[in-house]
Structure formats: C-alpha cells, structure tokens
Design a protein around this ligand. Structure first.
Ligand code: SF4
Ligand code: SF4
Length: 227
C-alpha cells in the first residue's frame, strides 16, 4: 500500500479507537505522564506520519532531542504483535523480552507535556486507566479495552506490513535519516539493518472468546479500513 493511503488508513484506525475511548471513564489527561516512558513501541507508518506532519522547525527540535538521547537504554521488542499472535496460534512459546534497563521518562516530554501529543502513536493513545497511575501505582484498565488495543495494534501493523516496528525513539531516528525515510516510502527499507523488526500481515486475531460478540462492530469498521 502506498504511504499516503497508509496514513489515511492509520488515521481511520485512530478514529475508530478514539470513538470508543470517548465512551470510557478514565483518569488520563495530557498532563498525566507517568506512563510516558522509553518502553513505547511504534510502527514505521506512525513515525513517518509524525515526521511529515511536523513543521521543519518542530522536527528540528525533535531531532535534537533524539540526538541528545541517542545513547539511552530503551526497551527494544523482539516480536511484533502479529508475529506474537502467529506464534501463539501455532502453540509456540514467545522468547523473553529485552528488559535491559528500567524505563525512564520519554525524551519527547517537554515541561510535563508530550511535544507531539496530537500526533502521538497508537501505543500512547491507548494508555488508559480508570484510576490515576501515579496515585494507585498501576493502571486499571477494562479487559475489553485491552482486547481492542491489541486488535487495533494488529490492524495498524497489517496496514504497514511491508514496514517495521521498534522502540519509538529508534523508529523516529530512522525517519530522521532522509535516505532511510525515502527507502521506507518506496517500500524497500531493510528493517534488520535499520535496527528494527519486520512487520507482518494479520493472519490470526488475539481476541478472547468472551470479547468476540462485543468486538464485532469494531471489527467491521476495521475491516472496511483494510480494504
Ligand atoms: S494510563 Fe495512567 S499515567 Fe497514563 S495518562 Fe492514564 S492515568 Fe495517567
Ligand atoms: S510520545 Fe508523547 S505520549 Fe508517547 S510516551 Fe512520549 S511523551 Fe508520552
């Protein structure tokens, strides 16, 4: 799928999720940033959208932040969501994840606000909790919301199945490199060489049986986007 069509499809997935999120009672707000850490992962299409939507001066500031934090330890996933789904469907055992260092605040925070809030990737949009995490020590999320999060992540990866995934900072750094960004837009970016992992199409949904009926209207909307 060409990159402009992917962006439109990505925005449509965000819209489906946002419609659900508006119906949820939640403690989350733009100034609540306990969950903003170096653990966030993202697909290439989401980072490409951030790169191309920001004005040059805004991107320069973000690029400076990426460079200043280039050496920090961060979570680097071994598997994408669709790879994990396929592995589980085959009865396989996922490898242990890389947990090199405790998470630290996301370098994209400026004065306790996300500097790309309107453009933040799905994994930042779906941080939702009924209670403030800072007060309670942990998030409290409805099980169905977790299932919808997973289905949306699987759909986004499917839309970007010739792209890659990785830590937010790593994928943004790839988009900061003109040559790699052009390779991504042309569908020729080598994920491994760029320090990322390859996306794959969605072949099986990670959806508990008890959520299937309630999920059906969302699946219908998401299927329409994938066409
Ligand atoms: S998930 Fe927790 S830390 Fe993140 S915005 Fe919501 S309440 Fe705040
Ligand atoms: S990109 Fe923004 S919303 Fe996401 S973790 Fe970083 S500061 Fe938080």
């Amino acid at each position: 799928m060409e990159v402009e069509r992917k962006i439109k499809a990505l925005e449509a997935v965000y819209a489906v999720y946002d419609e659900f999120a508006r119906t949820q009672a939640k403690a989350c707000s733009p100034r609540c940033t306990t969950c903003c850490t170096t653990r966030v992962t993202v697909t290439t299409i989401e980072a490409f959208k951030v790169r191309t939507a920001l004005f040059p001066g805004e991107w320069s500031r973000l690029s400076e932040r990426l460079s200043a934090h280039a050496g920090i330890k961060r979570f680097r996933p071994r598997l994408t969501t669709n790879t994990l789904a396929a592995l589980c469907a085959e009865g396989g055992q996922p490898p242990p994840e890389n947990e090199e260092a405790p998470p630290i605040p996301c370098p994209l925070l400026t004065e306790e606000l996300c500097s790309i809030y309107a453009l933040r990737p799905f994994n930042c949009r779906c941080f939702t909790s009924r209670v403030p995490c800072a007060r309670e020590g942990t998030a409290e999320v409805e099980e169905f919301a977790l299932s919808l999060n997973t289905v949306c992540l699987q759909t986004i990866e499917h839309l970007d199945s010739d792209g890659c995934s990785g830590n937010l900072l790593d994928v943004l750094a790839v988009m900061d490199d003109e040559r790699k960004r052009a390779a991504y837009a042309a569908g020729t970016l080598a994920c491994g060489a760029a320090g990322l992992i390859g996306n794959r199409p969605m072949r099986v949904l990670m959806l508990p049986p008890e959520h299937r009926a309630r999920m059906e209207p969302f699946l219908r909307k998401l299927r329409e986007i994938r066409v």
